[in-house]
Structure formats: C-alpha cells, structure tokens
Design a protein around this ligand. Structure first.
Ligand SMILES: Cc1cc2nc3c(=O)[nH]c(=O)nc-3n(C[C@H](O)[C@H](O)[C@H](O)COP(=O)(O)OP(=O)(O)OC[C@H]3O[C@@H](n4cnc5c(N)ncnc54)[C@H](O)[C@@H]3O)c2cc1C
Length: 423
C-alpha cells in the first residue's frame, strides 16, 4: 500500500473525518489486533467502536480466556502456533504480560472422535485410563470407566480485557486513531480503494480499505451494508466461578502447575486454573441459548448453563470444589456461532471486491487467535492476500463465506464438532 504513510492518522484526522488507509469497525479482540497489525506496518488506521472501549456487551471482555492447540479440526493448530508467537511479540512490544502459560489437559471418553482428533492434531500425550493409578492431577479428577486424559504443553490463560487494552494501546502507540461510542451504520465504495464509513450520528470517515470485526452483530451489519447473509448465530453464554473447598486453594492455581482443561462428552466443560479471584475457579460449559445482541436478558439466572456444570464438578472433581451454593460469580458473554464452528475470514466481495474484509463467527474459540486473525485481516486489507497465513501453514479456505452457498452446514461434515446451541 503506497499510501501507507510516514505520518499516521491521529486525532486530527478523526476530526477532519478523513484520510485513513484502513478503517476497522468494532474494537473487540479481533478489531483491536487488526488495528495493531495494520498500524505496525505504518498504515494510517482508524478504529471505531459502537460502545465504550472495553465494554461488557460483546465477546472479548472479562478476566480470562484459554489457549490450547488440541483441536478436533486439523486446520487450527497451525493458527494457534502462529498466534502464540504473535502473543509473545505483542507482549514484548508492550513491556508487560497478559498471557500466563500453563499445561493443558483434555478429558473424555476414550473413543470420542473429537477427543481422539484433538489429541492427534494437538500433539497431546495420553496419560491416563480409568485404571491408571497415577497421572498428573489424578488426585483432583475422578474419571469414569472408559475415560482418558491427555496433557499438552501449549496451554495458558489470557487476561481478556487487559489483552484487548494492550492491543489498543499498542495501536495508539503506532499512531492509530480510536473513536468509541461511534456506531457504524453503512459502508459504501466511492471508487477502487476509496471507502466511506458512515455512523449513526451522520459522520463520515474516508479510508482506502475497511475491516469489519463486529462480533455478534456481523449478520445484521453485513446484511444491511452489503446484502450478504452470514450464518452467524449469537448465543447468550455464562461464565461461572465456583468456590474451591478449603485446603485445595493452592492446588488448583497456575503456581502449583494446575492446567487449563476441557472435558469432552455429553456436556463440553472448560476451565481455567484459580487465579483471578483467589479461592475461586472458573468452570463453565460451552454453549448457550440463541440471543439478539441488542436485547439480551441480563436478569436470567442461566440455570440451564449452571446445573450441568455443577453435576459435572461433583462427579469429576469430588471434594475439591463446592457446588452447593451455586456459582459465586456469574458473568454473561456472547458466542457468535457458525453452523460448522469455523471462523469467517474473507473479502466481502461483490461491489466491494477486496476493499472490505470481514472477520466474524469465531464460535466461542477465537480469543486465543486474536493476534493471528488481526495480522491476517490486516494483510488481506492492505495486500489483497495474507502472506503470514500462507507462511505459517494456515489454510484460509476453511473460512470462506462461499462454503455456505447451497450448503447451509458449511464444513460441518468434515469437522468433528456438534451443535452447542442450547434451548
Ligand atoms: C464465555 C466465553 C468464553 C470464551 N472462552 C474462550 C477461550 O477460552 N478461548 C478462546 O480462544 N476464545 C474464547 N471465547 C471466544 C472469544 O472470546 C471470541 O471468539 C472473541 O472475543 C470474539 O471477538 P470479536 O472481536 O469477534 O467480537 P467482540 O469482542 O464482540 O467485538 C466486536 C465489537 O464490535 C462492536 N460493534 C458491533 N457493531 C458495531 C457497529 N455497527 N459499529 C461499531 N462497532 C460495532 C461491538 O460493540 C464489539 O465491541 C470465549 C467467549 C465467551 C463469550
């Protein structure tokens, strides 16, 4: 991009409403990472956010997210490894850490297809069968007959809100301009490489390229802006923190070597070690009821998302976590599910050609990939292709919008996943 300027955008450009190389719409983890990646290459970047920066109404807020390489789909581990490298680079750039490395543990029925594929794809080591007396953390978990456990080294916990703030700060340090409480309502093309982004207050911003990363609002915005149907279903999800039983508080911490873990089976359970609230541990289930991101029920107790987790804890972690009084802390969040749980990373096409790129449908497993997705989106917008993805062995064909044409389930048949959309 020849115009990738020596002088970056900055607040002056926001006031004049113009002159950006890349305008990023939506400042969750994906948009913030894209703004960082584009501004790192000298592009004049504007990042627009509908609500306050670091708000709680999307998908990227809160205390923790996990990183792991054990994926049932073989196309994700290369992206995890790329992301892990870019997390390190960004932390070095920032001068502080947002990611605490831990081991990772996968549990599940020995013959479960998704678990078997995850172990293979993630290079995990199977350490247990129900009969085995001793394996790492065998004192914490009780596995039913026929279950197994596998450990892997690539695991860890990202401080979510802190990480989003880090990428926004790094982008700002590179000269990117940011504007929150600014809702984008339209994107139009004036000519090749000339986009106009319009807001609900009537402002217009001019940019060469546009990256749309609006999370659970992706279907709505892409439909109204480009007439494109993205099959992205928002889910209302719940994070639960439970009280660790007295005497076990230290045992379940990263300092004691406790892992992030996932449990396959009828209910998919995930957890991070006890760290953000001493004496509490996050254990939650993957999924939730469909929701409209503009009218969510914040008052509901989420019983359907709590009771299966309590039952799982009582069965699998007996004596370690107290479920009697329910979760001590509940935090709502949103997933943006595609039918096949694969991301959408693509040019919008049509009249926009390669001038508008969309990143959406991260299906409850996107946070860890933020720096990789941000780099890929920035390269697609600025260069028309993502060289970093190709070099890292990340196959973007899995993430094309066209996979849904005449095929509403997309890659579902080849991915070993099932629907976690709960009633
Ligand atoms: C409970 C929970 C647990 C999770 N755990 C993990 C995990 O352990 N590991 C993992 O890898 N992933 C995890 N995820 C998934 C991960 O958090 C998401 O995939 C990721 O945060 C999605 O980021 P995003 O930037 O696409 O969306 P968002 O964070 O929602 O960002 C989109 C932004 O766009 C803004 N926006 C919307 N419309 C407009 C508009 N018109 N104009 C301007 N701005 C707009 C929104 O306000 C929002 O800030 C979890 C998610 C949840 C909810």
């Amino acid at each position: 991009m020849a115009a990738a300027a020596a002088a970056n955008g900055g607040e002056g450009d926001v006031r004049r409403g113009g002159g950006f190389d890349v305008i990023v719409v939506g400042a969750g983890i994906m948009g913030s990472c894209a703004a960082y990646a584009a501004s790192s290459r000298g592009a004049r970047v504007l990042l627009l956010e509908r609500f306050d920066l670091l708000h709680h109404r999307g998908s990227s807020h809160g205390e923790s997210r996990t990183i792991r390489a054990t994926y049932p789909q073989a196309h994700y581990p290369p992206m995890v490894r790329l992301a892990a490298r870019l997390w390190d680079d960004a932390q070095r750039d920032a001068g502080y850490r947002v990611l605490t490395p831990t081991p990772h543990l996968d549990l599940g029925p020995r013959g479960d297809a998704a678990l078997r594929a995850s172990i293979e794809n993630g290079g995990a080591t199977e350490v247990a069968s129900a009969a085995a007396e001793s394996w790492p953390w065998s004192g914490v978990f009780r596995l039913p007959e026929g279950w197994t456990a596998a450990t892997s080294e690539l695991g860890g916990v990202m401080k979510a809100t802190k990480a989003v703030a880090m990428f926004q700060s790094l982008a700002a340090k590179n000269g990117a301009a940011m504007r929150d409480r600014t809702e984008v309502v339209d994107v139009t093309k004036q000519g090749e490489g000339s986009m106009v982004v319009k807001t609900s207050s009537g402002e217009e911003f001019h940019g060469g390229k546009c990256i749309i990363t609006v999370g659970a609002w992706a279907s709505k915005l892409l439909k109204s802006v480009a007439g494109v149907d993205l099959p992205v279903q928002p889910l209302h999800t719940l994070i639960c923190y439970w009280k660790v039983r007295p005497g076990h508080e230290h045992e379940l911490t990263p300092e004691a070597g406790f892992p992030t873990f996932a449990s396959y089976g009828d209910t998919y359970i995930y957890s991070t070690p006890s760290m953000e609230f001493p004496g509490l541990i996050k254990v939650a289930t993957h999924g939730g009821p469909p929701c409209d991101p503009d009218s969510r029920d914040w008052s509901g107790g989420g019983a359907g998302l709590v009771e299966p987790v309590a039952r799982w804890i009582d069965e699998f972690m007996p004596g370690h976590v107290d479920t009697a009084g329910g979760p001590v802390i509940r935090q709502w969040c949103m997933y943006s599910m595609t039918p096949d749980e694969d991301y959408i990373i693509d040019f919008v096409g049509g009249e926009f050609g390669k001038d508008v790129v969309v990143g959406a449908g991260f299906s409850g497993h996107g946070f860890k990939m933020g720096p990789a997705v941000g780099r890929i989106l920035a390269e697609m917008a600025m260069d028309g292709e993502a060289r970093t993805a190709a070099e890292a062995g990340v196959e973007l064909r899995h993430f094309r919008i066209a996979r849904f044409e005449g095929n509403p389930e997309g890659n579902l048949a080849e991915n070993k996943v099932k629907s976690w959309v709960l009633p």
